[in-house]
Write a protein that binds this ligand. Sequence first.
Ligand code: ADP
Length: 220
Amino acid sequence: MVKQNYAIIGLGRFGGSICQTLIAGGAEVLVIDKDEARVNDYKNIATQAIIADAQDENTLRSLGIRNFDHVVIAIGEDIQASILVTLMVKELGVKYITAKAQNEYHARVLTKLGANKVVHPERDMGIRIGRNLLSKNMLDYLDLSPEIKVAEIKITQNFLIGKSLMELDFRKNFALNVIAVRRNKKIEISPAPSEALNLNDSLLVVGLKKDVEHFSQLMD
Ligand code: ADP
């Protein structure tokens, strides 16, 4: 497999944690920040750490930014800098840009300028935590598309306990596919259809969002 190489502009908490994750995954990562102390923190972590103002087009050119597979623009508060850097990185020909937005208007501008993925880390995490609070039996979830969701749901209701997956016929009765069962911290993938469910088992299910949410509500 060819190693992907990444450049991250801005080393706040967001850019910094992306850098650490990419490095742990074996990628090559160039990091750029105008703050010397932040760059020093990443000197021994990133493949290359540069102190520079990314708003300077010549700097971006001389770092060969266009040769990176993926550039992450993780500039936080300074919306003007984030917009200008996104514009320049796009014009220099980078194929895939992920940019962090501070608000909806900022996100729209970044998308218009050609950012391929715009993320709102605080908002997205807030939504996730809010949903977890509302549905305490949905332990975790992943939206595979706007319609399809994978979720881990704790079994709490008597009508499921002691019954097997076969008896419960999840596909027919709940329109869900059970892909794994978690019991006593162990995950059983491809669970045996004849095995009975216990209280506090959790099921990893995949299905239409509305069906996943309906099943989760039944457990509340
Ligand atoms: P977070 O919410 O991710 O912690 P911050 O606002 O703290 O975000 O971090 C953004 C980082 O981006 C800071 O380290 C800041 O120095 C850096 N930064 C901001 N503008 C530029 C720029 N023009 N060039 C390079 N780095 C920049």
